[in-house]
Design a protein around this ligand. Structure first.
Ligand code: SF4
Length: 369
């Protein structure tokens, strides 16, 4: 089983916090799609012997592509992988792109999941982030998707914004629950160097949210979502039963994947590689940078990815892959966290406890080689 990721780097405008590879040069879209088709053909061997379980269009803003671009990409996919029958095909979309006409234009394409970049349902927070939608149009986009037959709708949210209050966070969460989505990803705002957001912080024009309040927001997120029948299956991801993201789960369980497009990453169990960030007329199958994964890197990847999930680290799998000595070493490091109830072992899986979720980075780094 494997996944394919397409990076669509186009955005109408740039958000304040964004450090993804994206561009507002929308006139380059057609040439870029052509180049992605060529890249797919040239890289078809990368996933040889695997059946493709998931396809994910992320960005950037994939909903900035017209239906005819997706037709071209799906046509090339079918030609390159004739036996392709993925069970999950996700389109990332911005709420402001979701119109009845746009959804109608996608009707005959094989998407079966949509992930909406809502981020907040508070208008001043959205304006601060320089998002292009307001709260009302975000909710309208969820409803419209459902009316048009999308049964698997995910929403991305962001918390820990400067000046954000508990009331506003709670209100965003409750409105999203009321909109009856199937999946939710929620990430704390990160001040990435080089972004306008980072500069505002450096200049003292904004201040980080109080850490205690950030923690309370994370606690509230878990309580509200699990209380509404969602399962927390990864630190930042929640799903109604049976609606976990299969594509993203692949990243956490070691599934191989091929990334197509500028800055896209690929992984095949032996190496990790990432495409260079060129696009448009200049875009062609890009050169890649590659890291061959030695046993230490594979072990560390295994710890970091598996421990993010609520299923945790399968200790039997760890022993099979890395031997009993490495497993013993990991358990020795885990010992103090087991005593402090930050980790637990259940069904031969090493997992974060609820308390451990709040300090997961520190726990993971303590278990690495
Ligand atoms: S829509 Fe996404 S990729 Fe585009 S600028 Fe905003 S955060 Fe970045």
């Amino acid at each position: 089983m494997a996944g394919i990721y397409f990076h669509i780097p186009f955005c109408k405008t740039r958000c304040l916090y964004c450090d993804f590879f994206s561009s507002t040069a929308l006139s380059l879209r057609e040439a870029y799609v052509e180049a992605m088709c060529r890249e797919l053909e040239e890289r078809s061997d990368y996933l040889k012997g695997h059946s493709i379980a998931t396809v994910y269009f992320g960005g950037g803003t994939p909903s900035q592509l017209p239906a005819k671009s997706f037709e071209k990409l799906f046509g090339t996919l079918a030609a390159v992988f004739p036996a392709l029958s993925p069970c999950e095909i996700t389109l990332e979309a911005n709420p402001d792109d979701i119109t009845p006409e746009y959804l109608d234009s996608l009707e005959n394409l094989p998407f079966n999941r949509i992930s909406l970049g809502v981020q907040s349902l508070n208008d001043s927070e959205l304006q601060f982030l320089n998002r292009r939608h307001d709260a009302q149009s975000a909710i309208r986009s969820v409803r419209l998707c459902r009316e048009k037959g999308w049964e698997n709708i995910s929403v991305d949210l962001m918390y820990g914004l400067p000046n954000q209050t508990m009331e506003s966070w709670l209100s965003t969460l409750r409105q999203v629950m009321d909109a009856e989505v199937q999946h939710l990803s929620a990430y704390h705002l990160i001040y990435e160097e080089g972004t306008p957001l980072f500069n505002l912080l450096q200049q003292g024009n904004i201040h980080c949210l109080d850490e205690e309040l950030s923690v309370t927001m994370f606690e509230t997120l878990i309580d509200e979502l699990t209380g509404a029948g969602f399962e927390q299956y990864e630190i930042s991801n929640f799903a109604r039963p049976g609606c976990q993201s299969r594509h993203n789960s692949g990243y956490w369980n070691g599934t191989h994947y091929l990334g197509i497009g500028a800055s896209a990453h690929s992984y095949n169990g032996i190496s990790r590689q990432w495409n260079k960030t060129i696009h448009g007329p200049a875009y062609r199958t890009p050169g890649v940078e590659r890291e061959i994964l030695d046993e230490k890197a594979l072990f560390n990847d295994f710890i970091i990815t598996r421990l993010r999930t609520m299923k945790g680290i399968d200790l039997e799998e760890m022993e099979t892959l890395f031997g009993s000595e490495k497993k013993a070493c990991c358990m020795q490091q885990a010992d103090k966290h087991l005593s402090n109830q930050l980790l637990k072992v259940a069904n031969n899986h090493l997992r974060l406890t609820r308390k451990g979720l709040f300090v997961s980075d520190g726990i993971m780094s303590g278990l690495l080689l």
